[in-house]
Design a binder for this molecule. Structure first.
Ligand SMILES: Nc1ncnc2c1ncn2[C@@H]1O[C@H](COP(=O)(O)OP(=O)(O)OP(=O)(O)O)[C@@H](O)[C@H]1O
Ligand SMILES: [Mg+2]
Length: 275
């Protein structure tokens, strides 16, 4: 992964405050909002306004993908961008809940022709961001994601929106992110700072590489800015490129998260005193 740029260090919102998707609405000048804007500039400016569709994935569950997608869309909508979040996580869809919306009609209704895109998209009254929810898919989500009608829907959203953010399941749980990335202008790989083991990140990246998915940039999520600064000072690192970004090795190795999937990740979340 040497040379893959780090597009953003997204700070950890203190638990006593609120969840990230609420926090983003509170203070447009917070470190959190500024980090989201820097991430936006980092992937958009060099590629130009044609960079509309971005996909977010990660190696493991619970790293912060959905929180990032919703916060990112809200912060962009608040500065006047026409932003849409698409929930393409058919294993653990959470976009509707994160926006406090309904989960029907949903993306499968659109792709299977039961409702129009316009009828399925909801508007977040608090930011102006739009979102398309999902529900757990009984059949193989790959069938839906590789269908002609999914492609047609994606062409439709490109016409309508200034930025489209797609939330996907973790790579260790499903191959769906690789299928979705075919429709994205930029694929961002999120890593929970100080938590996700390097071995799991490496396995997920190898899998995406085998599928032909190019990772455009890394987003480090839930960064403890004070600790990050200490690492930078101790190792004289400049957090510019993976792996030179100062991921704390000890913390990475000591995590209880494993590659075995959602159940372990959930246990890790519940056990962790920081979360
Ligand atoms: N920047 C942040 N600061 C504090 N908490 C965060 C941050 N980002 C995410 N979280 C918290 O981490 C938990 C997991 O986040 P989220 O649901 O976004 O992960 P996910 O990667 O989408 O998980 P899954 O793979 O299960 O879909 C949530 O409780 C969320 O509020
Ligand atoms: Mg999620």
């Amino acid at each position: 992964m040497a040379g893959v740029p780090v597009f953003g260090l997204i700070p950890k919102v203190p638990r006593r405050q609120t969840c990230p998707e609420e926090y983003v609405l509170q203070d447009p000048r917070s470190h959190f909002n500024q980090a989201l804007m820097r991430a936006y500039a980092a992937f958009r400016l060099p590629r130009g306004a044609g960079t509309k569709v971005i996909m977010i994935t990660s190696a493991a569950a619970g790293e912060g993908k959905t929180a990032f997608c919703v916060s990112f869309a809200r912060s962009l909508a608040l500065i006047g961008q026409r932003a849409l979040v698409i929930d393409a996580d058919f294993h653990r869809p959470r976009i509707a809940a994160a926006f406090a919306g309904r989960d029907t009609p949903h993306i499968s209704d659109v792709v299977q022709g039961r409702v129009s895109l316009a009828a399925a998209v909801q508007v977040d009254a608090r930011s102006g961001a739009h979102f398309l929810p999902a529900v757990p898919e009984r059949s193989d989500p790959q069938l839906l994601l590789q269908s002609d009608s999914f492609g047609a829907m994606m062409r439709g959203v490109r016409e309508t929106y200034g930025i489209v953010i797609i939330d996907t399941p973790p790579v260790m749980a499903a191959a769906d992110a690789a299928a979705v990335s075919a429709f994205a202008d930029a694929t961002l790989f999120l890593v929970q700072w100080g938590d996700t083991p390097r071995s799991i990140v490496a396995t997920a990246l190898r899998f995406l590489h085998l599928c032909g998915t190019v990772i455009d940039g890394i987003i480090l999520s839930q960064v403890d800015l004070r600790r990050q600064e200490q690492y930078d000072q101790a190792y004289d690192h400049k957090a510019a490129h993976w792996p030179s970004v100062s991921l704390p090795g000890a913390a990475l190795e000591s995590t209880s998260r494993t590659a075995s999937g959602y159940a372990d990740a959930e246990k890790a979340s519940a056990d962790s005193p920081e979360r």
